[in-house]
Design a protein around this ligand. Structure first.
Ligand code: ZN
Length: 304
């Protein structure tokens, strides 16, 4: 699973690849307990509270969980609370954790605004990419800006620092969407597209900017033939193809929201987790073949 950050987010000419949690990654043993409502490892949606349910627990309190991270990070641990977020850093530069707490609050409002309930963010800021990899339980986070893992967002400090302010907000909202909405049982295009739908919804980036690589293809007369497959999101060979896969998925969810309404998109996401995407789409009168044709027309219309 890769999140491709285009020049629009990094402010530079190079596409930055942000690999998310590697398949089969083991959850890190550290501050899982920081999430309200108990051990997040027992739930796919630890940070989300469903529509209509009262907010519970407030921002996680200091105590046992912080004591655990202190055992790992020692005197280098700093904890900053936002209104609805908790940010813990290890030897973080001055101001970074406060900035992240504000951005995590914003991300939580954006994600909660779409999902229909309060969402709190737990953000960990290790001292280095190597430490981030250790927390996420993966061999490497090279090229990653942040990782969604086991109920928290782990920032990769070196790459995150390269992002523009808009890019930071987009990355946090994208990762927090994965944490809050879950990805289990869904096709990759749906959960990556949904995360980007939420992340870009209030970012103020024109579609042709956010989907620059795909727009170039469309202007050259090449429309995607079908929704991106899981293999299109695999890291490696073709950075341009990878960027377009995310952009295609984003526009599929953006089309669904424009066509059916955002609440129906969210319901589709939930139904797809329960019944499978094909069945959930068919129940909305958009079997995959019909969706594909209408999405292709939408891509051309938005990007040509
Ligand atoms: Zn993602």
């Amino acid at each position: 699973m890769l999140l491709v950050l285009t020049a629009a987010l990094t402010g530079g000419p190079d596409a930055l690849l942000a690999r998310e949690r590697a398949a089969g990654a083991q959850p890190a043993p550290v501050p899982a307990q920081w999430l309200p409502g108990g051990d997040p490892r027992s739930s796919e949606r630890p940070a989300a509270i469903g529509p209509g349910e009262p907010e519970q627990g407030g921002v996680p309190e200091e105590g046992e969980p912080v004591a655990e991270v202190r055992a790992l990070w020692g005197d280098g641990l700093d904890v900053v609370r936002g209104e609805r977020s908790l940010v813990a850093g290890h030897d973080a530069p001055p101001g970074l954790l406060e900035d992240l707490a504000r951005r995590a609050d914003t991300a939580g409002r954006r994600v909660g605004g779409v999902l229909g309930g309060p969402v709190r963010a737990v953000v960990l800021v290790p001292a280095s990419a190597a430490e981030a990899a250790g927390l996420a339980g993966v061999a490497s986070v090279d090229g990653l800006a942040a990782v969604a893992d086991d109920g928290r967002v782990i920032v990769v400090p070196e790459q995150f620092a390269r992002l523009t302010p808009v890019g930071r907000d987009v990355v946090l909202a994208h990762e927090l969407t994965h944490v809050a909405a879950g990805t289990e049982g869904l096709p990759v295009w749906l959960y990556e597209g949904f995360a980007d739908y939420v992340a870009y919804r209030d970012a103020g980036l024109p579609a042709r900017t956010a989907a620059a690589e795909l727009a170039a293809e469309v202007r050259a007369g090449r429309l995607p033939g079908g929704l991106p497959e899981a293999a299109d999101f695999a890291p490696g060979a073709d950075a341009g193809r990878l960027a377009r896969a995310y952009q295609e998925a984003w526009l599929a969810c953006r089309f669904l929201a424009a066509h059916l309404g955002e609440e129906t998109l969210v319901r589709l996401y939930r139904d797809a987790q329960t019944y499978g995407a094909d069945r959930a789409l068919a129940s909305l009168g958009l079997p995959t073949g019909t969706l594909t044709e209408r999405w292709r027309a939408y891509v051309r219309d938005q990007l040509a």
